[in-house]
Design a protein around this ligand. Structure first.
Ligand code: AMP
Length: 218
């Protein structure tokens, strides 16, 4: 069983590498960002509460986020393990996760940190765009849809730029997240779960490194 936390600043490639891991290891991908975006699109109570924070690039309060994750981790579809992407982002959340996963008997087994410098992140985020229909992520420089103006995953022709990928928000978002990342890395370094991977390489090379950390299962 692999229960993985993928750590990295926005734009580090967590979404892309998660897809590759899911393909090979059949883990359940749990992205709090995706869950919040879905909740906002459906205008649920959590979505409406989260929107005011997300649109500014701030973090949603810990209690709201931890509850969302606990509900998701409790569901029965997680058979081969999970990948957490975007959670925990604070030490309070890391501690909450420890309590939650202990209760559910699904403890973290690995933490991988994708390392990318800030200049590259800003370039990647401002070039990023999403499918309005299914949320698939593309990039004007590195990952255009295979067929012009058509989503690879769902075939939709409708794309948009995330509010929080707009240049005026990106800088605050990176700053907020960077401040939080260092203590998290220290936390997982201290308990022996952390491995760092160079996220500035091509997606194929990044996955090769991640795959090796996960045990290279055939
Ligand atoms: P992401 O797609 O991971 O960049 O998340 C988008 C936004 O959702 C973040 O900028 C936060 O506002 C919110 N969010 C996602 N995950 C968390 C979390 N673990 N704690 C607090 N806010 C979060």
């Amino acid at each position: 069983m692999i229960n993985l936390f993928l750590l990295g600043l926005p734009g580090a490639g967590k979404g892309t590498v998660s897809e590759q891991i899911v393909d090979k290891y059949h883990l359940t991908h749990i992205s709090t960002g995706d869950m919040f975006r879905e909740a906002m699109a459906n205008e649920t109570k959590v979505g409406l509460e989260a929107k005011s924070y997300i649109d500014k690039g701030d973090l949603v309060p810990d209690e709201v986020t931890a509850k969302l994750v606990e509900e998701r981790l409790s569901q029965s579809d997680i058979k081969e393990g999970y990948i957490l992407d975007g959670f925990p982002r604070t030490i309070v959340q890391a501690e909450a996760l420890e309590t939650i996963t202990k209760r559910l008997n699904k403890p973290l087994t690995k933490v991988i940190s994708l390392e990318v410098n800030e200049k590259i992140l800003i370039n990647r985020l401002s070039a990023r765009f999403m499918c309005k229909q299914c949320g698939a992520t593309y990039n004007k420089i590195t990952k255009m849809p295979k067929l012009k103006d058509t989503c690879d995953r769902c075939g939709s022709h409708d794309f948009y730029q995330r509010e929080d990928d707009k240049p005026e928000v990106v800088k605050n978002r990176l700053e907020v997240n960077e401040k939080m990342n260092t203590p998290l890395k220290d936390y997982y370094q201290a308990n022996g779960l952390l491995t760092s991977v160079n996220g500035e390489q091509t997606p194929e090379k990044v996955f090769e490194n991640v795959d090796a950390v996960l045990g290279n299962k055939q």
